[in-house]
Design a protein around this ligand. Structure first.
Ligand SMILES: [Zn+2]
Ligand SMILES: [Zn+2]
Ligand SMILES: [Zn+2]
Length: 307
């Protein structure tokens, strides 16, 4: 048999390459993350996680790394002349074909990271350090957690240790920032941020704003984004706030069974027993104290304007 010059055996192990890229990306992000280093962090982290994900698909079957596995050919695979699977599809295959768990926060992190790379390559935009730190932790943690202790040895184990250390540094910095935010705003309800997905960093008392990553926006938009991104598939549409009357009142309870309501414009909140829902228009209202069984809101009772 004729020896092929670039047989797979001569290439470095893809797992090692993936881990090296991830470690280097985390180093860029933990040590002096100026814009130039953040740019490299985005590129390296993205390539690193893609390498590992593709390698996992390849272990299942080499055709899975093709955009279209049905049209995959071994020739194109060996030559490297094929269109590689897109990230969303790769994640669907990890779940559907390989039977792996793809947690929503991991998917969010991977898709966010890929978007940052597109923005970087297309428009030269470099994401801020806080957002990148949050994305990096979301993206890398599941890889690290999925390796049982003692499973890797030699250079791979050393790489994994390096990655663990850098992750711990990032997590420590994020936790410190969150603690400072909580100390600064002791009397406010702090929600999760739809942009960086950190818990307890979004204040809505003077208009919605994330004190960790700086994200803000019109209350209507933030409420809608919050509902869509933090409760995917639940269809929690914003209601009309009974006080400020903007469509910015959201059930922000962690589960369906435990609702509580927060207005993203005026910042007021209500427990589940403090609001009733109008039997005519469906919008929430505060039941009058003298008539707690009232089932129409003030508008529909005609107590104000034409309703
Ligand atoms: Zn944020
Ligand atoms: Zn309001
Ligand atoms: Zn009504």
């Amino acid at each position: 048999v004729e020896e092929v010059p670039f047989d797979e055996r001569f290439l470095s192990d893809p797992i090692e390459s993936g881990l090296e890229l991830i470690l280097r990306g985390l180093e860029y992000l933990t040590d002096n993350p100026n814009p130039r280093r953040r740019k490299h962090a985005i590129l390296d982290l993205c390539s690193g996680v893609e390498t590992l994900i593709r390698e996992r698909l390849r272990q299942e079957h080499w055709s899975l790394v093709f955009e279209d596995p049905a049209g995959a050919s071994k020739q194109a695979y060996d030559d490297g002349t094929f269109r590689a699977v897109r990230l969303e599809d790769a994640l669907d295959r990890l779940q559907g074909v390989c039977g792996l768990d793809v947690p929503p926060k991991w998917r969010w992190g991977l898709e966010s990271l890929a978007r940052r790379r597109s923005r970087l390559e297309g428009r030269g935009l470099v994401e801020s350090t806080p957002v990148l730190m949050a994305i990096a932790v979301a993206v890398v943690t599941p890889f690290v957690d999925s390796v049982p202790p003692g499973r890797l040895n030699g250079s791979l184990a050393a790489l994994l240790d390096g990655i663990r250390n850098r992750l711990a540094t990032l997590e420590g910095r994020i936790n410190d920032a969150a603690r400072r935010i909580a100390e600064k705003r002791p009397n406010e309800v702090l929600l999760a941020c739809p942009n960086c997905r950190e818990e307890g960093t979004l204040v809505v008392e003077d208009g919605p704003q994330c004190l960790y990553c700086g994200y803000s926006g019109p209350p209507e938009d933030v409420a809608a984004e919050y509902a869509r991104d933090l409760f995917p598939g639940e269809e929690r549409a914003p209601y009309r706030c009974p006080v400020c009357e903007r469509n910015t009142l959201l059930d922000v309870g962690a589960s369906d069974e435990d609702p509580w309501y927060k207005c993203f414009a005026c910042g007021r909140s209500w427990g589940v027993d403090d609001l009733a829902f109008c039997s005519w228009c469906g919008q929430p209202f505060e039941p009058p104290e003298d008539d707690p069984d009232e089932d129409l809101c003030r508008k529909c009772r005609g107590e104000e304007g034409e309703g």
